[in-house]
Design a protein around this ligand. Structure first.
Ligand code: ZN
Length: 248
């Protein structure tokens, strides 16, 4: 049996226990062999662009601006037509085939974030939308305490693309597993006002189920103005994300 078929077959049992939309995924979807080099090259360029524009700015950068930075920066090679086509394919593909059932939040790859609508949150490298989201974070910190920090706010299509592609790489090309923990670009509620919080000083541990064991998490649960977007067994097919805040 060919390796992928075998792994895909083995995967059925695993996914049956974690698929949360009441459906058992029939198989894993993998990055095609001929796309591996393309994917790696795109991620390298996105990483380089993030270093050039800075971590905070990369949260907001649009697709056209990304292409421009790559084209104009002496140390980055412009995105090839093949790379651009592959990015378009990723963005416009219906992720239901990966077991992701969430709704589309951004219609066009070239949609941008209006910088006048966001506010930078000091000391975090992240932004929030002015108004409801910004107010909610202020209330959270007031109600729960300063041990709660913003760990991810507004994300552009490009930022979500980078996170999603890096996750596919760390899942060895398994798009189904990647989409389960990092929503595909165009489907993130981070572009509509949701944000992530964590416990100060906890680093990456904030993005694990262990966050649900912290006193901060339990205090957050009591707040009437927020809820958890991705609870256990959510209909979107996303893993349990106790850190991801939805404004209600
Ligand atoms: Zn989130």
């Amino acid at each position: 049996m060919e390796r992928r078929t075998f792994l895909g077959f083995m995967g059925m049992g695993i996914m049956a226990s974690v698929a949360s939309a009441g459906e058992t995924l029939p198989y894993y979807v993998w990055v095609k062999e001929e796309h591996h080099a393309l994917l790696a090259s795109i991620v390298r360029k996105l990483d380089a662009i993030e270093r050039v524009v800075g971590y905070a700015n990369f949260n907001l950068i649009g697709f056209d601006a990304t292409l421009l930075v790559a084209r104009n920066h002496p140390k980055i090679i412009a995105f090839t037509p093949e790379e651009q086509a592959y990015i378009e394919e990723i963005f416009y593909t219906d992720p239901v085939q990966y077991g992701f059932y969430g709704k589309r939040t951004i219609d066009n790859l070239t949609d941008t974030i209006d910088e006048k609508e966001v506010v930078k949150i000091h000391g975090t490298g992240h932004y929030l939308f002015k108004g409801t989201s910004h107010t909610a974070l202020g209330r959270i910190i007031k109600d729960v305490g300063k041990s709660v920090v913003l760990t991810s706010g507004v994300r552009s299509v490009v930022k979500q693309l980078a996170l999603h592609l890096r996750k596919i790489q760390s899942e060895n090309g398994n798009i189904t597993l990647a989409a389960h923990s990092l929503v595909p670009p165009g489907f993130s509620y981070h572009s509509l006002g949701d944000f992530d919080v964590g416990k100060r000083g906890w680093g990456h541990e904030n993005f694990t189920a262990n966050f649900a064991r912290t006193p901060e998490f339990w205090s957050l649960q009591k707040l009437p103005y927020i809820s958890m977007r991705y609870g256990v067994g959510n209909n979107d097919g996303v893993r349990f994300e106790p850190w991801h805040v939805q404004i209600v």
